[in-house]
Design a protein around this ligand. Structure first.
Ligand code: ZN
Ligand code: CU
Length: 493
């Protein structure tokens, strides 16, 4: 501990409502930063500082960690991550739902395989090996910290081409496994699967088991968009927990939800299963705070929706923002026919119950992840609004849980799930990823009608002790780090 009377630092945030990230009640106090790290926290810190910021009335928290993103491509573009920065997000986990930008797609692939188009066309997947993507990230210096996963669907397409409607052969599984090892050795923090999507749906448990066992051996994380988030969600959770138990892998269930009227209420059962499993296993889950989902255009997802809005369409770009119902009426055809004609594209599916959403959000272990889709022309508002929506709408206005609980779900608990050692908490020695916000006004501004709107009440954001966002604008690019996994001990030897 430093002698508080002799502190010297780059800046001091004075008299803030300090939210530590561990869920404990807020404390009034000061926080000092030096050389990119938190130097000290306490009441009335004294010393010499390059700048003193009076934060009276404002809350200071660790920078938010968006545990579920599809930001693989925009992380390489300077200035392209304002959607996250303006929410107070300082770290993003990329490569979710089986979809990562690396390793690259086979050269002979003539057409992009949905849902890989969540990240772009074939031409976007230019990095031959996972390490090449990490090298590019390090070279450009991302605007936010990036925690990279490798996607199973990419490995599957590399091993099987477009012949995906079947279980993989032993030889194909061996190829996927070798490429997974390569990605993990390069620094992927884990493997994501997207078993609900056509190119991965036919993967047998055996294929997933083999790959997840490899992840467990390396001590990394498995994240999964489960096989079924509809009426079969209970058996999907059972499969997930079974694979994790048998392999010993840490698992993170992605964007947990119950879609379609027939699934409403099933979160009572799934959360009980997860709570029970957590007594003996490392199981986490994330959730976004909306009752509509969004992904590629697919008749299965559209089937049980109350409303479907097109978020992008390559064949009919002018359809973005319009409801499928109206498009089908204009075209004089059924909605499934119109959907086929709009492909390739994406949509927003209104298909969840608010009671399930609240139950999942309020479940102690759940983490906040946006699942935002930055490539969409008319994106789901979760891209720009998820974190302030939890803080403003759900914590403050609806009283679903205290502010410190909301913060823990986007900082400390998330850092624990990701094994990030020195982020996610206000603690001396931790990296100074910080967000200063007004707890009275913080709110999401993006909505379905107008989805590209920065949130309100986010005052300043620092990444590694450098000012990244203030006054409603980005202040500096390239402050993020690539938080790849350290090589496993056996890989070093
Ligand atoms: Zn997903
Ligand atoms: Cu996703």
């Amino acid at each position: 501990m430093e002698d508080a009377s002799r502190l010297a630092g780059d800046f001091l945030v004075r008299n803030a409502i300090l939210l530590s990230g561990d869920g404990s009640p807020p404390l009034q106090g000061d926080l000092a930063v030096r050389d990119g790290r938190i130097l000290a926290i306490g009441a009335q810190l004294q010393g010499r500082f390059g700048q003193i910021i009076d934060a009276t009335g404002l809350a200071l928290a660790p920078g938010f960690i968006d545990v579920h993103t599809h930001d693989d491509a925009i992380a390489l573009e300077p200035g392209a991550m304002l959607s996250k920065l303006s929410q107070g997000v300082t770290t993003v986990v990329t490569g979710n739902c089986g979809v990562s930008l690396a390793p690259g797609l086979p050269a002979g692939l003539s057409e992009q395989v949905p849902p890989l188009d969540l990240l772009g066309g074939c031409e976007a997947f230019t990095y031959p090996r996972f390490g090449d993507y990490l090298g590019a990230l390090r070279a450009v210096g991302p605007d936010l910290n990036v925690v990279p996963l490798v996607g199973h669907t990419v490995l599957r397409v590399r091993a099987m081409g477009t012949d995906l409607d079947r279980p993989a052969t032993a030889a194909e599984i061996a190829t996927m496994r070798a490429e997974l090892q390569d990605a993990l050795a390069a620094g992927a923090v884990g493997l994501s699967t997207g078993l609900a999507y056509p190119p991965a749906r036919f993967a047998a448990s055996e294929e997933i088991m083999t790959l997840v066992a490899e992840v467990a051996r390396a001590g990394r994380l498995w994240t999964t968009h489960m096989r079924d988030e509809r009426s079969g969600v209970v058996s999907a959770v059972a499969e997930t927990l079974d694979i994790a138990r048998r392999t010993g892998a840490r698992v993170l269930i992605s964007h947990h939800k119950c879609c379609g009227d027939a699934a409403f209420g099933l979160s009572r059962t799934t959360l009980e299963m997860i709570a029970e499993a957590r007594r003996t296993m490392a199981v986490d889950l994330d959730v976004y705070p909306y009752t509509a989902s969004s992904t590629v255009l697919n008749p299965v997802f559209a089937r049980d929706s109350h409303k479907v809005t097109v978020s992008w369409s390559d064949s009919h770009p002018e359809a973005a923002g319009r409801d499928l119902h109206d498009i089908a009426a204009d075209w004089g055809m059924s909605e499934p026919e119109a959907l086929e004609r709009l492909k390739p594209g994406g949509a927003i599916y209104h298909q969840m119950d608010e009671a399930d959403l609240r139950r999942i959000l309020a479940f102690g272990p759940s983490l906040v992840g946006s699942d935002g889709l930055p490539r969409d022309r008319r994106p789901h508002p979760r891209l720009w609004g998820s974190f302030p929506r939890v803080l403003g709408h759900y914590a403050r206005d609806e009283g679903l849980f205290p502010l410190e609980t909301a913060i823990a779900k986007m900082t400390g608990q998330t850092a624990d799930a990701l094994h990030l050692q020195d982020r996610g908490r206000l603690a001396a020695g931790h990296v100074a990823d910080l967000v200063l916000f007004d707890p009275a006004t913080v709110a999401d501004a993006a909505n379905y009608a107008d989805p590209i709107r920065p949130s309100l009440g986010i005052d300043r954001v620092w990444i590694g002790g450098q000012l990244a966002y203030a006054g409603g604008a980005a202040r500096s690019n390239g402050l993020g780090q690539t938080l790849s996994a350290a090589p496993a001990p056996e890989a070093v030897a």
